[in-house]
Write a protein of this length. Structure first.
Length: 320
């Protein structure tokens, strides 16, 4: 932490309801408590928010990953931003450790939306002055914002954990072309080779792995992804790797453990010995998924909040 303690006095950290545990952990790293914020519901389900102390002129941070239930959490974030804006906060940073709706970052076919852009517009309209996020599905999403975006990464955090593993005969696997850059970041830190699995998506919730580009025979694969949602990509990737002669000793590393639907079943297959993730979103499957290990991103985010507040450089925490 680089900040001068005197200068944090005008700073307030709030958390929505999406991931209070992370909010509390970040506040604790900053040696403070979360700002008092009441989130309640009208009988018809509409969200009501009240900021319980004055934030006039303050440097305010709101922590809310837009993870499932995505629409609820996103709407709640917008309403909190609006409440802070109308309460005359000096500067509002939306801290979105997981940025939902990011997969639709371009039109894959005619008459489709670009939700990653639409969400960016709504956050700015809602009152955000800057955004802090972690491992965007595609880094170019930063360009959808006309306000500053601090794009942090969990690569350093997770690669430090991985460096404790026995990495002999290991190979890093990018499960699709979009993950090659991130996988290379891990490879640079851990000095491991990279192979790519060519994936062809055949539906919104179904994927088909076609072939492995690179040699995995006799190797122990470590699959790298930004997020695990249903576990379908990882499981099909394991099939392809085993078919190509990889050892049935597979690890999986991902920043965002969304883990819905069949995820616990698919990731529990015997070839997967460990699933390492960060806590950008709440991890609800720890009991069902014995191989799940969670590393906390809270210190990294707390450090970034302090640097932003103190106008110190955040770039060394960025994706390179
Ligand atoms: C895809 O482009 C992403 O990087 C992930 O591979 C994908 O979203 C994971 O989803 P699922 O676990 O449902 O296959």
């Amino acid at each position: 932490m680089t900040c001068r303690p005197k200068s944090v006095s005008n700073m307030e950290v709030f958390s929505g309801t999406a991931h209070r545990n992370l909010g509390e952990e970040i506040a604790s790293c900053l040696n403070t408590n979360l700002g008092s914020l009441e989130v309640s519901r009208f009988p018809d389900g509409e969200i009501h928010v009240r900021i319980e102390k004055s934030v006039r002129g303050m440097d305010v941070f709101v922590i809310q990953p837009t993870c499932p239930p995505v629409n609820e959490n996103f709407t709640e974030l917008l309403i909190i931003l609006d409440a802070l804006h109308r309460a005359s906060a000096g500067r509002i940073t939306a801290v979105i450790p997981y940025y939902g709706y990011a997969r639709q970052d371009k039109r894959a076919a005619g008459r489709e939306p670009i939700t990653a852009r639409m969400i960016a517009d709504m956050l700015i309209t809602g009152g955000a002055d800057r955004i802090l996020t972690v491992d965007l599905h595609s880094p170019q999403i930063q360009g959808f914002f006309d306000i500053p975006v601090d794009h942090l990464t969990a690569v350093d955090l997770l690669s430090k954990e991985m460096s404790q593993w026995d990495l002999s005969d290991s190979v890093l696997v990018a499960p699709d072309a979009g993950r090659v850059k991130m996988t290379t970041e891990y490879a640079n830190r851990l000095n491991l080779p990279v192979v790519i699995v060519h994936k062809r998506r055949i539906g919104a919730d179904q994927t088909a792995v076609l072939y492995v580009v690179g040699d995995v025979k006799g190797m122990r694969p470590i699959i790298i992804d930004d997020m695990i949602t249903t576990g379908g990509t990882v499981s099909k990737c394991v099939d392809a790797l085993i078919e190509e002669g990889a050892k049935p000793d597979v690890r999986v590393v991902a920043t965002h453990p969304i883990l819905v639907g069949s995820a616990a079943d698919l990731l529990s297959r015997k070839e997967i010995v460990e699933v390492l993730v960060s806590n950008t979103v709440p991890t609800t499957m720890s009991r069902e998924l014995r191989s799940l290990r969670v590393a906390s991103i809270a210190p990294v985010i707390a450090d970034a909040l302090l640097r932003i507040h103190c106008d110190d450089s955040v770039s060394e925490l960025f994706v390179q």
